[in-house]
Design a protein. Sequence first.
Length: 424
Amino acid sequence: QAPGLSALEAERPPPAMARWRPSPLPMLLLLTALLLCLPARASSSGEVDPGGGVGLLPGAAVATAEGAQPKVEVPKAGGVIEDLLHWGIQNSDPARLQELIRKYQEKNLTLKDVYGQEVIDAMFIDESAAIRQLIGDIKEFRNATVADEDVEAALDRLEEFVEQIDNAGNLHRMGGLAPLLDLGLLEGAERGPEVRAKALLVLGVATQNNPPVQEDVLTLEGLGRLAARLPRCSPGGGGGDAGGDAGGDSAAFCGKLLFAASALVKNNASIQAQASDVGIFGWMMGPGIAHPSLAVAKKAMGTLETVLAQSPELPLLAKLSASTAMQASVADTLLAHIRGKTSAEESDTDAPEKALRLVGRLLALRPMLFPADFQPALAAAAAEARARCERAFAAGDELCEALVGLAAQADLALTARDIGDDEL
């Protein structure tokens, strides 16, 4: 796991993999086949002239001596396909090409003849048909004869598809959202926690930053169902251990549950208001940020900071302002994260950063929050966070300086609230 990267974020694919692609092997086979099947021109002596085929390609030049590699100008535009084509030609064997071109011409071979229908299907896949098939497989989760591994494999494959926003947008119309919610949340589902957590992960991937899918989930009462499950992730609900028990859910499951809830509420003020009404943000500000699983706590802090920036008038703030006990509890929890008391390694700056950002957001919206002794306690916690960071990296490292900057902003807000009107 990279320094400063949460466990939930680390498990997500990088942006370059955000859209599902066929396996590179069939694509390379297609490229090779195209190169080998280019038309050849026979000379008067009966020899096959490779220039008759390869020379038809734009920018291509062929070898004039056996064994020499063709010199091809590197494409200046067109993307990865042209780059692959260039690589294929540049690294081809002219002698082998002559032999195979003659073979292809004499036997009138096609791609299907050489590589089989399975490879052709892999290269020219019907995404809609594949998604419908996967949805059908997932709907069989109540069938005891279907192994967990098969359901999870279908979920893995579906996740690849719904990372593409258009495929995610079609998921409800194809009947795919309801089984994800059912598998992830229904009591008595005959599946293990890993499979159910995977269903929630796929639901979150399909929902995040996709307003039409968010609305589809609402029509299935997904927001209320996700909220109703959160109490089972409270420390008293059994969600603090690794595997969970009869009274609660495991930390791994709770992480995926919180991911799905976060994906549903982000960037949508209307849904955020509804989420506040059903207690999602209250849970995050209480058991969520104090969860024994650091991954869950960091997700709760990050989601709260984002949502408060987007909906600064959430009722949660009024409730927090009115309760000194709640303020003290939140302050103690956030200070513990800043000091690193909840981080396993000194190189993990993600928890202190998220805690400092949430402190700064709360003070920006409600400057009078937190007791009078919070400012010196914050300064001490920030100094400890800086020392931990510099031990893990180096003095002046940008990660450490970022923590210092966030702490300074919060300290400035706390100082400003003590300045009287006559001093302004």
